[in-house]
Design a protein. Sequence first.
Length: 122
Amino acid sequence: MTNEKQILVVDDDDLFRQTLTKRMRLNEEFALTEATTGTDALDKAVSAKFDVIILDVGLPDMDGREICRLMRQKGVRAPIIMLTGADTDADAILGLDAGADDYVTKPFKIEVLLARIRSLIR
């Protein structure tokens, strides 16, 4: 499909990431690329154009907020949605101040995440 939106999904939890991408593929409006580490995510985000990046805060090699900051420094302009289990206002502020466009706490409803993705793409 030529109108597919390119989405980078970054999460080290294999089951969560695979479930999320499988569900998103059902919509047939997204082409998905996966990454499991911050280093891999940064490389992919810099070398390809994505319409949206979904970025987990807790990754094994670096903090997602730092990855977000580095992506912005390297010129990545795609909207970034941070995913995290931390739901305090301070956590949300840190993520947004790092350059994220949205902040979603786990657990979440996939339909809400999809609506947020479509909103950022508009």
